[in-house]
Ligand binder design. Structure first.
Ligand code: NAI
Length: 252
């Protein structure tokens, strides 16, 4: 595992209590960043903060619901109050939603997926830009998916939201390049996290693995490596781009 050039930077990771977000928080902290671990499940955030502390890092747990714009503003303010600035925003919180054909897709599930997966990324990006402008710049990494680039059956809300994340990332990057703010989106293939394990049995996961030319699904740490690079100054010329990290899924 590499160590990235984020020493002394302040990061906030939404959905940092589990899966990919937890791996991002741990990786950024291991590389010397101070990390606010924000999650709607505060106990999960606290457990990640405790693991970071055990590894010698500096982190703080925040309860935040990204679907609530006031909660998001509070999340950014609390990060700055705790650590003095904001340099990195990893907007990762997301949910799967119901599985149904588009013609039958439940309206409440459409709304809740959009609220967390698209509105939430917008609220976070918006609030983080405000803080970063005041601070001379920063790096925002929005968690999309390979399903931000291609379709998938019976998940119309998730696929639409993830495509939306890619679009808002590009627009924000164009607008705020002159402010020294880089904005990128990450598109993981299927990753071994509770999000997948909750929904699928072993047989279904094996079928998913076969869709990736590498013949397996990914690990959260493999996504965190890309996120930490994008957060770091090593990625100084990277903005406005969608980076798939997918074991070859989109290459087929
Ligand atoms: P996960 O379910 O393991 O973790 C998601 C975390 O987000 C949880 O701790 C949860 O409490 C938190 N969260 C949910 N709603 C929230 C809200 N409203 N406000 C704040 N926190 C909230 O999921 P995983 O797999 O780590 O997913 C993280 C991100 O990666 C999501 O955006 C997901 O769509 C994306 N992704 C996941 C893939 C996978 O195969 N696991 C593939 C591609 C993208």
């Amino acid at each position: 595992m590499a160590v990235y050039d984020v020493a002394g930077k302040v990061a906030v990771v939404s959905g940092g209590g589990s899966g990919i977000g937890a791996a991002c928080a741990l990786t950024l902290a291991r590389s010397g960043a101070k990390v606010a671990v924000a999650d709607v499940q505060i106990d999960a955030a606290r457990a990640v903060v405790s693991a970071i502390g055990d590894a010698g890092g500096d982190a703080h747990a925040l309860e935040a619901d990204v679907a609530d714009p006031t909660s998001v503003v509070n999340m950014v303010q609390a990060t700055i109050e705790r650590f003095g600035a904001l340099d990195v925003g990893v907007n990762n919180a997301g949910i799967g939603g119901d599985h149904a054909l588009t013609g039958d897709y439940p309206l409440d599930s459409w709304r809740s997926v959009m609220s967390v997966n698209l509105d939430g990324v917008f609220y976070c990006t918006r609030a983080e830009i405000g803080a970063m402008r005041a601070n001379g710049g920063g790096s925002i990494v929005n968690m999309a998916s390979v399903l931000g680039a291609v379709g998938w059956p019976e998940s119309v809300a998730y696929v639409a939201a993830k495509h939306g994340v890619v679009g808002l990332t590009k627009s924000a990057a164009i607008e705020h390049a002159a402010d020294g703010i880089r904005v990128n989106a990450v598109g993981p293939g299927f990753i071994n996290t509770p999000l997948i394990a909750r929904d699928l049995d072993e047989g279904s996961i094996a079928l998913l693995a076969d869709l990736h030319p590498q013949g397996r699904i990914g690990e959260a740490q493999e996504v965190a490596e890309l996120v930490a690079w994008l957060a770091s100054d090593a990625a100084s010329f990277a903005t406005g781009t969608y980076y798939a990290i997918d074991g070859g899924y989109l290459a087929r």
